[in-house]
Design a protein around this ligand. Structure first.
Ligand code: NAD
Length: 430
């Protein structure tokens, strides 16, 4: 890894042998550095977070015992505006993961040109093991602990894996209690009755669908009849799957944490969403056949949408993928090795940092609406979302064509230049 003299290549709190997703992110930055021109002088800025906070989150469980959980909030970069990024509750959350996710938020926010830096948070916990009361106590204590660095003009959390509008409502309330006044703009993804935005729940999936349709148009693939496979059928995958089905595509395979299912004729996505709502997963859905989890990656399809967790498409399964296009709903689902394999096979990868930017775009609308206390219609929100996503995608597409690079590298070129240009103009303090 490149480093300037007088600086260390890695923050000392990371084990260089176990970099995890942060190592993937660093490789992505290295790939883009040759395209940054004179701004490459500042690239080290992108290779370390501005601020990383680790907090202890103790709560009393319903049985009277005290449990301690580890929580994080990382602000990767704030050159273009306040930190912005979700909060994840998952048993595998690590500092390296949250760092990478915060960095991808910097890239994403710059790619769609919303006035934010990048941040991310998380708690290392399996929330399915907690009662509602325990989950509320955990959320409130975590919010209080990270309260020293978040705020409507400092860093604005949002939902991510296993967090939702209810958790955002508890975060907003806790922060508001601590500062002494209702601060709706401290989080986005809130329920609509509490300053949330219409269209926010579906925004990420709608953005995935929008760029997918644009990529299909530019490559001459009809959406009508296209075969779609989706990994992860939660907020992002479920919404994207529904929109593709509504547009005439066939959802032929779905995988989530409860198993994998297939239906060559295309599934009834509305019925599948109802099944997931009722049972917690796609396993056991009557409108499809079960399939082996490994076989999911080799399923005959045109469009593959990874919308679960990072590190899912690797050198072990990338060779099996038959899709012509991968649209990354999840953050970091494809490793750099797998990226190369897909590139060599001629598979078009629409990267996370543009494909799933719809969520943060409508989060930005929510934040703007909260500040002005003036709320827009769902039609206005969706129209503005689609316009921003299409414009951002068109810009990235041209950079990719002009430089003969992948869409991922092109998105990083656009975003890193914006971030580092802001850094250069602001200069170093003192
Ligand atoms: P979610 O909790 O609503 O859904 C997650 C889905 O992933 C579920 O269907 C779950 O069953 C599945 N899953 C979990 N572990 C799995 C495994 N080991 N194998 C297969 N499937 C598994 O979460 P979400 O909000 O839909 O987020 C999904 C991805 O999209 C994450 O990478 C997240 O960071 C990213 N993302 C979300 C948003 C957003 O607005 N929600 C925005 C941008 C990116």
């Amino acid at each position: 890894m490149a480093s300037h003299s007088g600086t260390h290549p890695l923050p000392s709190y990371l084990d260089p042998n176990h970099l995890g997703p942060w190592g993937v992110y660093l490789q992505q930055v290295d790939r883009v550095t040759p395209y940054l021109g004179s701004l490459a002088r500042w690239v080290e800025t992108l290779k370390r977070p501005k601020r990383a906070l680790i907090v202890d989150v103790p709560i009393e469980l319903d049985n009277g015992t005290i449990a301690h959980f580890e929580g994080y909030r990382v602000q990767h970069n704030t050159s273009r505006g306040p930190g912005k990024g979700g909060v994840r509750f998952h048993q595998d959350v690590t500092l390296s993961e949250v760092m990478a996710l915060s960095a991808w938020m910097s890239i994403k926010n710059a790619a769609v040109n919303v006035p934010y830096g990048g941040a991310k948070g998380g708690i290392r916990v399996d929330p399915k093991t907690l009662s509602k009361g325990e989950l509320e106590r955990l959320t409130r204590r975590y919010t209080s602990e990270i309260g020293i660095i978040i705020g409507p003009s400092k860093d604005i959390p949002a939902p991510d894996v296993n967090t939702n509008g209810q958790i955002m409502a508890w975060m907003m309330d806790t922060y508001s209690m601590n500062v002494g006044s209702t601060a709706t703009g401290v989080v986005t993804g809130k329920p609509v009755d509490l300053g949330g935005s219409l269209g926010r729940v579906e925004a990420t999936g709608r953005g995935v669908f929008t760029v997918g349709v644009e990529a299909a148009r530019l490559t001459g693939m009809p959406i009508e009849g296209a075969r779609v496979a989706v990994q992860g059928f939660g907020n992002v995958g479920g919404t994207a799957g529904k929109l593709f089905a509504d547009a005439g595509a066939k959802v032929v395979a779905v995988q989530d944490h409860t198993g994998s299912i297939q239906n060559d004729k295309g599934m009834d996505v509305t019925a599948l969403l109802a099944h997931v709502q009722k049972t917690g997963g796609v396993g056991g859905f009557a409108g499809a056949e079960p399939m082996a989890n490994d076989a999911f990656w080799g399923v005959a399809c045109d469009i593959l949408i990874p919308a679960a967790l990072e590190g899912q498409i690797t050198e072990h399964n990338a060779g099996k993928i038959q899709a012509k296009m991968v649209i990354e709903g999840a953050n970091g689902p494809t490793t750099p090795e797998a990226d190369d394999i897909l590139h060599d096979k001629g598979v078009l990868v629409v990267p996370d940092v543009i494909a799933n930017a719809g969520g943060v775009t409508v989060s930005y609308f929510e934040w703007v609406q909260d500040f002005s206390s003036f709320f827009w219609t769902e039609e206005e929100i969706n129209a503005r979302l689609v316009r921003i996503m299409k414009e951002a995608f068109a810009g990235v597409w041209h950079v990719a064509q002009d430089n003969k690079v992948s869409l991922r590298t092109a998105t990083f070129i656009v975003a890193c230049k914006r971030i580092l240009h802001a850094r250069e103009m602001r200069g170093l303090y003192p």
